[in-house]
Design a protein around this ligand. Structure first.
Ligand SMILES: [Mn+2]
Length: 345
């Protein structure tokens, strides 16, 4: 958890900002973090960031919005060029994250908040950290939705259950709630919504900024029609890929599954597979072009991937202890699999 002092510093930054620009990670945790802050302080614009590091590709949004403050939410890495360019414009930056980072690379002028480095060392999703700042009861549903997909059970679930008994199940397992309850469905819907065309993503975000209850997301009406259509489409693709992956699961500890198609859904796929097959070490690779996006789930995934990936100098990886994302060249994939098998044996 962040300390009281850290929480109140973030609050002060948000009060001082007149027109903040929020760069948030393109998933539920990033989006719900933004929504909590945007709905509480009633100001600013949000930009979902689809690539890591957050780089100069996103710098033009600053000339578009003229922010007086920049907030970076749930984004694990930011390029040096990006920070240098902001420094030149003299805009203060507040970065709230929960990934392990090389702190020596963060410029000293950045206001950096991360529970991993806080005196109360922990690893809550950024949504939870933002909720500590706003503590707005009407937004409990966004807190829950943002935490579940990061496999985190927030203690506020109990309180939320009192308000919305029909949207919850009796469980403390975040993934069980994510897959089997209606509030979990809210989280899954907005996660899939982020994978849509930019104009529809923006439409969804505008809708979520003003939505009063989670029912508005679950109801099919004119504002949510495109969102539901997208969800049904991607969700059925996801389910058929899960089925396919489970058919080839075999006896080894490693479940190594490759797929291709229009949309990358590696993290959704690896999450669901690791939930349904908890004894497996799950690796999902999305084949598109020469570079492959890989999602890995399993006990100590980070340490294991670090070993298995060492020999590929251009390969990258990052994430959390049991959930890792990686990129490498397609022709390295077979060797990577072999390395993993050896380590897991
Ligand atoms: Mn994230």
């Amino acid at each position: 958890m962040l300390t009281k002092k850290e929480i109140s510093e973030i609050h002060e930054h948000l009060l001082r900002a007149q027109s903040p620009l929020f760069y948030f990670d393109n998933d539920q945790d990033g989006l719900c973090s933004y929504l909590l802050l945007r709905r509480f302080y009633n100001k600013g614009n949000g930009v979902p960031v689809k690539t890591s590091p957050l780089s100069m590709d996103y710098f033009r949004r600053i000339d578009e919005f003229y922010p007086d403050y920049i907030f970076i939410l749930d984004q694990p890495t930011v390029s040096k060029e990006f920070f240098d360019a902001i420094k030149e414009k003299n805009i203060p930056v507040v970065w709230i994250d929960h990934h392990e980072n090389d702190k020596s690379l963060i410029p000293e002028e950045i206001h950096y908040y991360n529970p991993i480095y806080s005196s109360k060392k922990s690893n809550e999703p950024v949504t939870k950290l933002c909720y500590e700042v706003t503590k707005k009861k009407e937004d409990l549903w966004l807190l829950i939705a943002g935490c579940l997909s990061d496999k985190f059970f927030p203690k506020e679930y109990k309180e939320f259950s009192k308000f919305y008994p029909d949207l919850v199940i009796d469980s403390k397992d975040p993934f069980k709630i994510f897959y089997d309850s209606e509030i979990g469905k809210v989280s899954r819907i907005i996660g899939m919504g982020l994978k849509d065309r930019t104009s529809l993503v923006m439409k969804m975000i505008r809708f979520l900024i003003q939505a009063r209850t989670p029912y508005e997301v679950l109801e099919e009406k004119s504002e949510t029609m495109s969102l539901h259509k997208r969800f049904n489409e991607i969700n059925s693709k996801l389910l058929s890929l899960v089925k396919k992956a489970k058919e080839m699961k075999g006896n080894s500890k490693l479940l190594f599954f490759k797929y291709s198609g229009e949309i990358s859904m590696s993290s959704d796929l690896s999450n669901k597979l690791s939930y349904e097959l908890p004894d497996k070490f799950v690796v999902v690779a999305f084949l598109k072009g020469a570079r492959v996006n890989i999602s890995i789930r399993g006990e100590n995934a980070k340490g294991i991937v670090e070993k298995a990936i060492k020999e590929f100098p251009l390969a990258k990886f990052g994430g959390h202890r049991d959930a890792v994302g990686a990129q490498m060249d397609e022709d390295e994939l077979d060797k990577f699999k072999e390395n993993l098998e050896k380590i897991l044996d």
